[in-house]
Design a binder for this molecule. Structure first.
Ligand code: PMP
Length: 397
């Protein structure tokens, strides 16, 4: 029976990793895989997480089952960072209207959000493209129709008109999936004014808002990066927020995420949560515990929290420096609009390079990037950025 299956195309980025590993040029540069790297090119475990994990080893009494909702201490500890703690807006739970559950990474959270939306009658999801490729794969796997609109303008800003008209034209049974911050792959985020417009449009639309927050704190800071989420939730009766800790706590392979739901009032939460629990139970039963528990050990301790905040600040400011260096080279490499990178956020940017230019960067300069022209900003550092700019100049000539 299994021989009826047709082979699936291999993941393009995984193929790139293999090519990079096989390249023995000493000055090769990996801008492909979406992980943070230090100035030395490493992706170390956060010191705060090491300390949290040590505390977990010392203090954890049992590994008995929790439940489909996972570690609610972890889920709740994140909430003030995402939803704020201002009593005027109801604090981290918005007056008891928000609850969450732990998921296997942000991927699990997005999957669960789409699945519960489908269970509630959603058939179409509007989304800016390009997007994280797995968004489309998850929606297709759930037989949800993806309605795309262009996310960014050629000038490197958000296409606010496109998102507003998608929301305006949406009908009952539609959802819209928006990146909360640090858009993958473009780095192009909505400005505060644009989020205000989006929130107002959503409030007037029957569309269900799903926000995907996978890089919180990697743009301008935890508070600043949460502007869109808070603004949108503040305007709506209900919404879903998928959250990943895999980048901002460096937990990648530990699969740490959460899905939050905003309901019109505290009483409306229970039936929604019972559906989320049932869907999670049928998918993964319960999320892996270790990573979420380690994040909780960080957030429950002031010293470890400060360590985490400092590490996040280092990552953010290093990526800003790279962005500024690239933007400053705008005149040297005309046509790539490098200047726009300074106003964009997070781990990624898209360069308008042709397939041939991307191949030439790889073959002639040992620079590896996704075939879409997406680069990982964190793959660049003081030691290789000049080489990268010179190579761009060479292939763009
Ligand atoms: N959403 C977006 C936009 C992402 O870029 C990613 C990770 N690449 C995820 C969700 C999922 O993250 P995780 O690794 O936690 O599953």
């Amino acid at each position: 029976m299994l021989d009826r299956l047709t082979a699936q195309a291999p993941d393009a980025l995984l193929a790139l990793i293999k090519m990079y590993a096989a390249d023995d040029r000493a000055d090769k540069i990996d801008l492909g895989v979406g992980v943070y790297r230090t100035n030395e090119g490493a992706t170390p475990v956060f010191k705060a997480i090491k300390a949290g994990e040590q505390a977990l080893i010392d203090e954890q009494q049992s590994k008995s089952y929790l439940g489909p909702e996972g570690d609610l201490g972890f889920v709740h500890a994140l909430m003030p960072y995402i939803f704020g703690s201002d009593p005027a807006t109801g604090g981290p739970t918005m007056d008891g209207r928000i609850e969450g559950m732990q998921t296997p990474g942000g991927t699990g959270a997005v999957r669960l959000a789409a699945a519960v939306a489908k269970a509630a009658g959603v058939t179409r999801i509007h989304m800016g493209t390009p997007s994280w490729p797995n968004h489309a794969q998850i929606l297709s796997d759930l037989d949800l129709e993806l309605v795309g609109f262009g996310h960014a303008t050629p000038e490197g800003a958000a296409n606010i008109k496109a998102v507003l008209s998608a929301i305006r034209d949406a009908r009952d049974g539609d959802a819209v999936l928006l990146h909360g911050c640090c858009h993958n792959p473009t780095g192009v985020d909505y400005t505060h004014e644009e989020w205000d417009q989006i929130a107002a449009a959503l409030a007037d639309s029957p569309v269900l808002a799903i926000l995907d927050v996978a890089y919180h704190g990697l743009g301008h800071g935890l508070e600043e990066d949460a502007y869109g989420v808070r603004r949108v939730l503040g305007a709506l009766d209900e919404a879903l927020v998928a959250y990943s800790c895999d980048k901002n706590f460096g937990m990648y392979r530990d699969r740490v995420g959460a899905l939050y739901v905003l309901a019109k009032d505290a009483g409306a939460l229970d039936p929604i949560l019972s559906n989320l629990n049932a869907l999670a139970r049928a998918s993964w039963s319960m999320p892996p515990d270790h990573g979420g528990a380690a994040v909780r050990m960080v957030l429950e301790d002031e010293g470890r929290t400060q360590m985490w905040l400092d590490e996040l600040e280092d990552m953010r400011s290093r990526m800003r420096r790279v962005r500024e260096r690239l933007a400053a080279a705008d005149n040297e490499v005309p046509g790539l609009n490098l200047a726009a990178l300074a106003d964009q956020n997070g781990l990624f940017a898209m360069l308008p390079l042709s397939k041939e230019q991307i191949a030439a960067l790889r073959d002639d300069h040992a620079i590896y990037m996704a075939g879409s022209g997406r680069i990982n900003i964190a793959g660049l550092h003081a030691g290789n950025t000049d080489k990268f700019i010179a190579a761009l100049k060479a292939v763009a000539a």
